[in-house]
Write a protein that binds this ligand. Structure first.
Ligand code: IVH
Length: 701
């Protein structure tokens, strides 16, 4: 090796070390700045380091990494993961919190399906990252996060590094299998990870769930590989059984998952009847703290899969399963101050500023006090020792004061009647607990509506954090969401800490969001009262665009699922508000105007007006058959009753067939059902009657 080569190798080595040093430096100061709001260096010093790193990464593209601070805005990794649609939607679970709630759930279940055996597969509710794995001919092929339930992020490569994940299924398996479950950290592994991160001066994780999500939703899979993650399987999506018989009970599903080689939630078991479920819940609540994993309740799933199918789903959750959450976790701490936060609808929310305290593994320093009446009812005063509670994902709240420790000179809190952000008088609307700032140009209201507009629930615009919104609003450059889309790179450069690269990224992500916005996201982003993601989805599937939605009467809106008078009138009120009308006009002008091209709700087809039910095993997944029926205009019935128009039977149909016959309901086999879909003239072929012999059923129920 000659002198020159050696010299340049040493120089490269030094540059590499410098890159690492700069990343650590920038990461740390990002954290001070964005997370702690406590910067230690000046903006100039920060910019100098950032620019130097950019230059070095340009010179050595081979050392660029996806987690470099140059790939992030505001301390947040820009999600560069590919996304994909789930074959079948991944639902959430409804929660119950008491024995009474649980019995209420059972009642509803029994009303919907009289005579069903209330046997449940019960297992612990794991607190991790929900995922779906796809196995093709027994080989692990793909992994998707739950995402929004319909579309998830592709994390196949990250999941390959999870040690207890079967890469190949054992024994006899279905042709195609979608397995659902949770990626988790054991408590001890989680603590060891944080210990290590702390040593490396890296950002630690607040809880095992965040750690699991952060480790999987990673571009750099070597990071994932270095972490002791585990996958626990607790369910399935679409299954193509091929020659195998299909499954009949949840207990059977769990046994098969274990046979295939999956780890399943520890302690899961079949509970026969309601009392057994209650015992199970009590036992697990008792053992909770001693388990290797963090859990936050018990999940109960009806054991009979046919009954599950019959019960089906509400807009967000299955009717056949429910999570029984454990009581909220509490801790006591000092209430240092009460501040007032102004929300995007102008509501003034009192916030407890607390001495930081750990509640079920999360450090809490702020908690909600809800509203004026709640503060009075709970008689909470600044300086009090208070009980703080954190229940699952819910915002921490102050439950009560510890009166025995109250200082004799403490004073009741006086709720302000002016908006702390703009100084204008607030008003308390009759019949409402909240004080509201009604000033349309209140900067806090503007900031919050913008923050909502760009948030994950809204248009999900990457990198546009709270701090940038504040800057853009306080400089009067942005007042409505529409203003965002006129920002240019050159004007952004006038802001501190903004370089060409960042500005370009900003503008690009805004333009991308504009192009990719769906109607559902836009509806949600606008922050219409009572309209969250679920309602937005319903509205987007019923109307072609915002104009069509804006023209809908409250009566018409109420024909949609889960939309009552209150929601309908909130939607009307939104469209009757002049500033909103102006905003929509500008969004349209700017080209942010998604049009829903999918088939309208309640399609009209050969089965319009009919109620259809499937029983026995079909050649396709039942959910697919149901979808086909729905696309042909039919509704899916929950059970055999007089209202049923058509029973479609597969192999081994069971008792439904007999019941349908007794009630004189039309019965067809799968082939006849398919023929019917294609026929389109409303006549049934292959009926269970003498004049349709070509596709009749085997009446072997
Ligand atoms: S079963 C048919 N079992 O909790 C019901 N879910 O809050 C499908 N979860 O989306 C889910 N532990 O991701 C089931 N033992 C368990 C679970 C579990 C955690 C997750 C699941 C669900 C979420 C709802």
């Amino acid at each position: 090796m000659n002198q020159g080569t050696l010299h340049s190798l040493l120089a490269e080595e030094a540059d590499k070390r410098r890159i690492e040093e700069l990343r650590r430096f920038i990461d740390y100061h990002n954290y001070r700045y964005h997370t702690l709001d406590a910067p230690e260096i000046t903006d100039d010093e920060y910019n100098a380091a950032f620019q130097e790193l950019l230059r070095l990464e340009e010179r050595y593209p081979q050392w660029k990494t996806p987690d470099s601070p140059t790939n992030r805005v505001g301390g947040q990794v820009l999600s560069a993961l590919e996304t994909r649609r789930h074959t079948l939607r991944m639902y959430s679970l409804d929660n119950v919190f008491s024995t009474e709630d649980w019995q209420g759930f059972l009642k509803r279940l029994e009303n919907a399906l009289p005579g069903v055996e209330p046997d449940f597969w019960c297992d612990p509710k794991m607190d991790g990252l929900a995922l779906e794995l796809v196995y093709e001919n027994g080989r692990f092929a793909e992994a998707l996060t739950r995402g929004d339930g319909e579309v998830g992020e592709v994390v196949t490569e990250a999941m390959r590094t999870v040690r207890n994940l079967p890469k190949v299924l054992r024994g006899v398996f279905p042709e195609r299998l979608e397995v659902r479950g949770e990626v988790i950290f054991r408590r001890t592994d989680f603590m060891a990870l944080n210990e290590r991160l702390r040593k490396d001066n890296a950002k630690t994780f607040a809880n095992p769930r965040n750690a699991a999500a952060g480790s999987i939703r990673q571009l750099d899979t070597s990071v994932t590989a270095s972490r002791p993650l585990r996958f626990l399987a607790y369910g399935f999506g679409e299954v193509r059984f091929g020659d195998m018989p299909s499954w009949r009970t949840y207990a059977e599903v769990m046994a098969r998952l274990r046979d295939f080689g999956f780890e399943t939630p520890p302690g899961g078991r079949l509970c026969r009847g309601s009392a057994a479920v209650e015992t199970y819940h009590a036992e697990l609540a008792e053992k909770r703290e001693t388990l290797a994993y963090e859990i936050d309740g018990v999940v109960m799933k009806l054991d009979d899969l046919e009954a599950q199918e019959a019960l089906g789903y509400t807009a967000r959750a299955p009717r056949f399963a429910v999570a029984w959450k454990f009581p909220a976790q509490q801790a006591t701490t000092r209430l240092l101050d009460i501040t007032i936060q102004v929300g995007r609808t102008g509501v003034l929310t009192p916030v407890a500023e607390l001495e930081p305290v750990s509640v079920s593994g999360v450090i809490v320093s702020r908690a909600t006090l809800h509203n004026e009446d709640e503060i009075r009812n709970r008689d909470v005063r600044v300086g009090d020792r208070v009980v703080v509670q954190r229940a699952g994902d819910v915002i921490p709240e102050v439950v009560r004061a510890v009166l025995s420790e109250r200082s004799p000179d403490s004073q009741p809190f006086v709720f302000p009647h002016v908006c702390p952000a703009c100084g204008q008088a607030a008003s308390r609307i009759e019949g409402e607990a909240a004080w509201r700032c009604v000033n349309l140009s209140c900067p806090a209201v503007i900031r919050q509506s913008l923050a909502h507009f760009v948030s994950k629930a809204g248009l999900d615009i990457e990198g546009l954090g709270q701090r940038w919104i504040e800057l853009l609003v306080s400089s009067n450059r942005v007042r409505t969401p529409a203003d965002l889309f006129t920002l240019t790179v050159s004007e952004l450069l006038h802001y501190e800490r903004m370089g060409v690269k960042l500005a370009t990224k900003f503008v690009d992500s805004l333009q991308r969001a504009k192009k990719e916005a769906t109607l559902q996201r836009l509806i949600c982003a606008l922050g219409i009262r009572h309209v969250g993601e679920q309602t937005a989805r319903t509205l987007a599937s019923a109307y072609a665009d915002m104009d069509a939605l804006g023209a809908a009467s409250p009566e018409e809106l109420q024909t949609l699922p889960d939309i009552g008078p209150e929601v309908a009138s909130a939607i009307r009120a939104f469209f009757e508000d002049k500033p909103n009308v102006a905003l929509l006009a500008r969004l349209k002008e700017l080209g942010l105007w998604p049009v829903q091209s999918e088939t309208p709700r309640a399609p009209v087809g050969p089965l319009t007006g009919m109620k259809v039910l499937f029983t026995g095993s079909l050649s396709m997944p039942r959910s697919q058959a149901q979808r086909m029926a729905e696309e042909a205009g039919a509704g899916i019935a929950a059970s055999v009753s007089k209202k049923l128009s058509l029973l479609v039977v597969g192999d081994e149909p069971g008792s439904k067939l007999e019941k349908a016959r007794t009630l004189g309901i039309r019965v067809v086999d799968e082939a006849a059902f398919l023929a019917l879909l294609n026929k389109g003239d409303g006549t049934l072929v292959g009926e269970d009657s003498a004049d349709a012999p070509q596709a009749s059923i085997e009446g072997n129920g």
